[in-house]
Design a protein around this ligand. Structure first.
Ligand code: FAD
Length: 309
């Protein structure tokens, strides 16, 4: 009963600078952040990728940052991605890792042209290193622009991954448009606070939309990337891929760093492709708050850890 108000409260706190400062300076902050974020540096991110690769898991690396306010900041983020890709290549890790990029981190005030140019630089570098890019999906006000940029990027780099969120009412029809053979599409439930006009409010409706969209992607021949920790959905998705006669390797499961690691290992040990979303960087606050909003138990863990040394 208290879950929805708590979730809205935490998502509201995600946008508050004063709460960010309070959390960042709390004594136990590092321990909590370390559960969901691989570290602040490229070196720490690579260490996490090596750890995942050791038991057969792949990674998609996200350099944390969103809603940048000036071009200098976006340039710094793009350059970090370029350095990350170089270092992945130099460490022989590109077979195990790709990158995820938020357009709001590489543009200013929704400038689509700048987003396209900067994301394109990252895609070009990824291609040179032999790996891929997935463009994260943000709140519903950006869905159309993000899909336009992904479509444009795919003209040059067809492997660019798109993301769909099953909580959005529009997603099943977006899935139809993106379900062509080889189209890489991450399907997740969605992590933002969205109004009822655009999003399903009930968990059951979000789950049904997820399965309908998964069916569309599997039927159309897309390379579906099932991003969920939901045990019931993972079971249903296993049934759907078999029903569509999909071979292992023609789809994958994705989960977040620090969430259900035993399940990640179990799926990988069964021969499934499992990719872990590995965030790193100093701008971890918004990301952490969205993870806490997903699960009240995480909030209790967070508050206890903040209070301890
Ligand atoms: P839920 O119904 O939230 O959870 C099901 C069960 O999973 C829970 O009961 C619990 O056992 C476990 N669980 C879920 N979350 C947590 C957690 N934080 N800590 C501990 N246990 C947990 N969202 C976007 O809006 N845009 C994106 O681009 C995006 N990319 C993503 C990429 C990946 C690889 C993943 C895994 C998620 C991504 N998300 C993204 C987040 C996603 O939309 C959901 O908010 C998140 O995955 C929780 O939904 P769920 O499917 O796991 O189901």
């Amino acid at each position: 009963m208290l879950v929805e108000p708590l979730r809205s409260l935490i998502l509201a706190a995600a946008g508050s600078e004063s709460i960010r400062r309070l959390v960042a300076t709390a004594p136990g902050a590092r321990g909590v952040v370390g559960r969901f974020v691989a570290g602040e540096t490229i070196e720490e991110a690579l260490r996490a990728v090596r750890g995942l690769a050791a038991d057969g898991r792949c990674a998609t690396l996200d350099y944390l940052g969103e809603y940048t306010s000036d071009e200098e900041q976006t340039e710094r983020i793009v350059r970090t991605y370029l350095r990350l890709l170089d270092e992945l290549y130099a460490s022989g890790l590109t077979a195990h890792a790709e990158v995820s990029v938020k357009l709001s981190a590489v543009t200013v005030a929704g400038d689509e042209g700048l987003a396209l140019r900067n994301a394109g630089r990252i895609c070009a570098a990824a291609e040179q290193c032999g790996t891929t890019v997935t463009v994260d999906m943000e709140d519903h006000t950006t869905t159309d622009a993000t899909l336009r940029v992904v479509t444009e990027l795919r003209r040059t780099w067809p492997s660019v991954g798109a993301v769909l969120q099953s909580y959005l009412r529009r997603t099943e029809s977006d899935a139809v448009a993106l379900s062509g053979k080889g189209s890489r599409v991450r399907l997740c439930k969605g992590a933002y606070a969205e109004p009822a006009e655009v999003a399903f409010a009930r968990a059951h409706e979000v789950d049904l939309s997820y399965v309908r969209s998964a069916n569309v992607l599997l039927e159309g021949g897309a390379y579906a990337m099932f991003a969920t920790h939901d045990p019931r959905l993972v079971e249903v998705l296993g049934q759907r891929v078999r029903w569509y006669g999909r071979e292992r390797g023609s789809y994958e499961y994705q989960m977040l760093y620090g969430v259900r690691p035993d399940e990640q290992r179990r799926l990988a040990a069964e021969g499934e492709t499992v990719r872990v979303y590995v965030p790193f960087g100093e701008q971890w606050y918004g990301y952490l708050m969205r993870r806490l909003a997903e699960r009240p138990a995480n909030t209790a863990f967070f508050l206890r850890a903040l209070a301890s040394r």
